[in-house]
Ligand binder design. Sequence first.
Ligand code: CA
Ligand code: CA
Ligand code: CA
Length: 465
Amino acid sequence: MLRCYLRVAQLQRHSLNFMSKNLITRKNILIILAILIIAGIGALVNYWPQSTEAPVSAPTASDETYTNEKGEKWGPLSEEVDFTVASKDGEYPSIVSGLISPLKVVPGDVQKMEITINSDAPIVEALAEIETDNGIETVPLQLIESSVLTEDFFNNRKYIVSEDGKLLINSDQSDIKELVNKFFRKVKALRKAEAQGIIQYTYGGEWTVHDTHVTTYHTTFVVRDELGRSDQIVMAWSDPCSGIRGYGSGADSFTANCTVAGNAVEGTELGNLGFDAGNWTVTVEGRVRVNSGYSFKIENGGKYIITGSGLMDFGLIYLSDGDSDSYGANNVAKRTYSSGGIRMKDALGDNDCCDEDARAKPGQTSYYTSRYTGCSLASKPYDFNCDSSETKRFTNTGGVCGFPLYDCGSGCSAPSSCGPPACDCMEASTGWVGGSAPACGSSATYIGTPLDCTIGCTSRTQSCR
Ligand SMILES: [Ca+2]
Ligand SMILES: [Ca+2]
Ligand SMILES: [Ca+2]
């Protein structure tokens, strides 16, 4: 919260600094104050008076989730994000941090954006492209301030990327110190003839939101320097990271721009986590984890954007397995605590359709006459093999009590006891007595065959899977 206030104060300071370069008279200060008061009133009524578009129905609950065009659930969105970019050092220009406030917007809101760029050549263009349900809005960003990069920037970073592309986390201080020193030796060597080394630029801008973002919401920042080099980060808010394995173990990689939402845990066990051949940005609002001894590989131009709530760490990953059948619960996120769970590496699947009944699991071959234990809200409580349908075991109909079980021709005799017929007798009247097979768990009269040891008409309960 304190950080939030500090950022707001910083934004206001930036605005004032920017304006004070040109406007320094008392009269103009009064005008600035008047503008700030009007802006404050605008914020109070949650509607920017300059906008000509009325707000449309929009989400309000803080934990609201949405569905993208692929049918994937995404969100919830933070109110605002303050982020750090973890990418390979020594490549310029490089977007290193930023702020989007608010992130969660409705039409009529004014969204402010700010990014910090490190570069060894002047920046000539900085843009924000915001893709929503109805199109892309391009917002040019203005220079707010620039300063020579100090060693503090590196000392205070929580994440740093080694030259071989491994993400190091600040808990490992000795590694950081060694890298910082190495970096500065490199910069000094490169920049010996120059008065200054790397410059840190802050660019900012704002726009009045006029579209909803229920299916699509991407924020892309693009910067270019005077040498024609560029850097880009894509914050794909509406695309959950879906390419990583859901259970088992081994190396894995991100395959698209995506977001690990604030309530999600993503990662792999017994393997490194990298980026496949693509310049992907993974936005981390939740947690990304690998086992201790493995690494996050910053490769193929991939980047992590870690927000204020986001975390990259080392540890174990679990799936919910309340019934200990070794299948993680369907549609339940990975997690970092063990209670009621199974290690991701040990799980046989992550699609247990009822995590309260060990009989229910993918691949189940048995049929059962009683519905799930627990899972009271299940719409198909007899789907024991988790294939989304309830398959009845006995479906034959047309059984008639009192008819001979077998229509045996001359030279054959009917079977005398439970077991296969003595010769090729035709089954005459096996099946449910009446027109239809009863529902799962319901009983009716059935005329059986020697094969299932229920010769004759008996009451039977339909079993399913
Ligand atoms: Ca289970
Ligand atoms: Ca189960
Ligand atoms: Ca089934």
